[in-house]
Design a protein around this ligand. Structure first.
Ligand SMILES: *[C@@H]1O[C@H](CO)[C@@H](O)[C@H](O)[C@H]1NC(C)=O
Ligand SMILES: *[C@@H]1O[C@H](CO)[C@@H](O)[C@H](O)[C@H]1NC(C)=O
Ligand SMILES: *[C@@H]1O[C@H](CO)[C@@H](O)[C@H](O)[C@H]1NC(C)=O
Ligand SMILES: *[C@@H]1O[C@H](CO)[C@@H](O)[C@H](O)[C@H]1NC(C)=O
Ligand SMILES: [Ca+2]
Ligand SMILES: [Ca+2]
Length: 360
């Protein structure tokens, strides 16, 4: 058989062309278009706050503004039953899609640029060209508190019937989803709770006080902390003696707070001795009961505050983006792992075949 047979030449050429096509089509999917597999989604806190769920804090204030706008609109419709749209307006769905398309278009919303702009705002204590875990926690906490205060202002408008900028207990009507918890004086949104948030005791809540009323776990005012402790005991105090014995502690509390016991977390003790150990740690005066003062350390587990969520988020981001594991994020690490910061709003579009088709 001749070496230069035209058939062999044809076959090897065909093979080469096929190989070329295969090689050029593969990397396109995995690298070049990598980022486009991810789509940022706007969400609503409203659905979650209705069921008492906490949603994660948004890293970029620009995205938070978008979400807030939709949330406000949804909230208005829920509370004031506004018409969905007046003629000529875009419908809510159209505006929503417009905003989502905006933040998913690299020309209009450039994530790398956003990180470049936000970096100096996060890197502040000290401004040393790298972001520490603590700086990340502070950033998320500040964003979370800002978003929380905005929602409180909105609630305030709704409840403030006489428009004096203050809420009286008779003006306040708890949202319908809490009706099961409500029995007038005690319990969340009851009169005792209201009074505890009324820092200066004038019978009216201003914005600061109302914000604390809606978020008692932020524990900024000692009266609220004291009320919360009373409530923690009341909910679990089956024999109604005003304190928790070991049995009540085990039935109503231990499961949710067991990782408070840091020094025992890694030991191999039996679970019974671990729970006894934690109970004894909390029972400061060793009388065999937990009193209101003694359950203060359990608040952070039973009613997690914004700090808790901010820490969780910072921990997650550090685990993904601190590539050299030096405990800091360099600007480069942030840009290389930019989607880690948008973890709360992006969705891998594996589930979204529509976008697969569009980008392939
Ligand atoms: C709230 O969280 C619970 C448990 O994590 C979940 O089952 C429920 O679907 C969530 N509710 C909403 C509205 O997301
Ligand atoms: C996004 O911004 C970066 C940094 O300024 C730039 O290098 C990149 O080309 C921009 N991308 C687009 C699609 O404009
Ligand atoms: C709340 O405070 C008001 C006075 O501002 C008082 O009249 C009322 O009895 C208090 N309610 C409770 C449940 O402590
Ligand atoms: C609300 O009242 C408290 C207590 O008097 C005060 O510390 C706080 O600054 C007030 N907040 C606003 C927004 O006026
Ligand atoms: Ca005790
Ligand atoms: Ca690092």
């Amino acid at each position: 058989m001749a070496k230069s047979s035209p058939t062999v030449l044809f076959l090897s050429l065909t093979f080469a062309v096929l190989l070329f096509l295969l090689l050029t089509s593969l990397p396109r999917k995995d690298t070049t278009f990598h980022h486009r597999h991810r789509r940022l989604n706007l969400r609503s806190h409203l659905a979650n706050s209705r069921s008492g769920n906490h949603t994660s804090v948004i890293f970029d204030p620009l995205i938070a503004d978008f979400e807030q706008r939709f949330e406000d609109r949804q909230w208005e419709q829920d509370h004031f039953h506004f018409e969905d749209s007046t003629p000529g307006d875009l419908t809510e769905w159209e505006e929503y899609m417009k905003a989502e398309n905006y933040i998913n278009d690299e020309e209009s919303y450039n994530i790398t640029d956003r990180i470049l702009q936000l970096f100096p705002l996060i890197d502040v204590s000290p401004s040393d060209g790298r972001v520490s875990a603590q700086e990340l926690v502070t950033w998320h906490l500040n964003q979370g508190m800002k978003q929380m205060l905005h929602r409180t202002e909105r609630e305030m408008q709704f409840h403030d019937k006489n428009k004096d900028g203050l809420i009286s207990f008779s003006e306040y009507e708890p949202p319908s989803w809490t009706s099961a918890l409500q029995n007038g004086k005690t319990g969340f949104w009851g009169e005792e709770h209201f009074n505890a948030s009324d820092i200066d005791g004038d019978g009216l809540l201003n914005l600061t006080e109302f914000n604390e009323f809606l978020h008692p776990s932020e524990e900024s005012n000692p009266k609220t902390t004291q009320w919360l402790c009373k409530e923690i005991i009341r909910e679990r105090d089956t024999d109604k003696d005003g304190k928790l014995d070991f049995k009540e502690f085990m039935t109503g509390m231990y499961e949710n707070i067991k990782d408070l016991d840091q020094d025992h977390a890694t030991s191999h003790d039996s679970s019974e001795s671990r729970s006894k150990h934690l109970f004894m740690q909390l029972d400061l005066n060793h009388d065999g009961y937990l009193s209101e003062d003694e359950v203060i350390p359990t608040i952070s587990k039973l009613h997690p505050s914004e700090v808790h969520y901010a820490k969780d988020q910072a921990k997650y981001i550090m685990s993904v983006a601190d590539v050299d594991k030096d405990g800091f994020l360099s600007l480069n690490e942030m840009i290389q792992n930019e989607y880690a910061f948008y973890g709360t709003v992006f969705q891998d579009d594996e589930d979204f075949d529509y976008y697969h088709d569009e980008f392939r």
